[in-house]
Design a protein around this ligand. Structure first.
Ligand code: FHF
Ligand code: ZN
Length: 191
């Protein structure tokens, strides 16, 4: 089972590398890792399991955060409804690509955090409001999906990890709370 011990932190060189594409079909080790990544997210969102294993609740994780420089991410965005309904998005994405995006941007009102960053970083992280992505699942099936708002932001944060980019690279260092024109701020509850 993956825990926070497996997650590398800011300063580790792997977080700044451009990850390698995954060759299909996946090896058994790659399939195993992919499943463990998605399980980590589910465990981290389960109050009892998260407390027991000291997991930080997360909605996404990229293989480079586990010191594996491959283009593989897991995303598990829970429903935003109070009832126990299906997640908004849950999958393992192999070689994900943003094939188009809106001009309109968005950002989270509370900024972003990262499993690999053990400090609070203030500031807005501008993201594209809508994206269309292409990716392969672990069985090699190709997917083409349109996402908006929170799931779109999460996928952009994860694809950034595949390119060696950290969320704070996108914060305006001169004025972290500056909002570009025509940017819509999204409400966000964290942890
Ligand atoms: C998170 N946690 O998942 C953050 C961190 C915007 O590369 O967002 O570093 F658990 C991946 C509902 C809403 C339930 C939010 C992308 C953030 C990606 C992980 N938690 C949440 C939830 C959360 C990072 N990461 C603060 C850990
Ligand atoms: Zn991150």
């Amino acid at each position: 089972m993956l825990t926070m011990k497996n997650v590398i932190r800011e300063g580790h060189p792997t977080l700044r590398k451009v990850a390698e594409p995954v060759t299909l079909p996946l090896t058994n080790d790659e399939k195993e890792l992919a499943m463990e990544m998605l399980d980590f997210l589910k465990n981290s969102q389960d109050t009892d399991i998260a407390e027991k294993y000291e997991l930080r609740p997360g909605v996404g994780i990229a293989a480079p955060q586990l010191n594996v420089s491959k283009r593989m991410i897991a995303v598990h965005v829970p429903s935003d409804l109070p009832e126990d309904t299906a997640p908004q998005f849950s999958d393992i994405l192999i070689n994900p690509r943003i094939i188009s995006h809106s001009v309109k941007q968005t950002c989270l009102s509370e900024g972003e955090g990262c499993l690999s960053v053990d400090r609070e970083v203030q500031g807005y992280v501008p993201r594209n409001k809508r994206i269309r992505i292409e990716y392969f699942d672990t069985d090699g099936n190709k997917h083409n999906k349109r996402l908006k708002d929170f799931p779109s932001i999460v996928i952009q944060h994860e694809i950034d990890h595949l390119n060696g980019i950290m969320f704070f690279d996108r914060i305006d260092s001169d004025n972290p709370m500056a909002l570009p024109k025509d940017l819509e701020v999204l409400g966000y509850e964290e942890e």
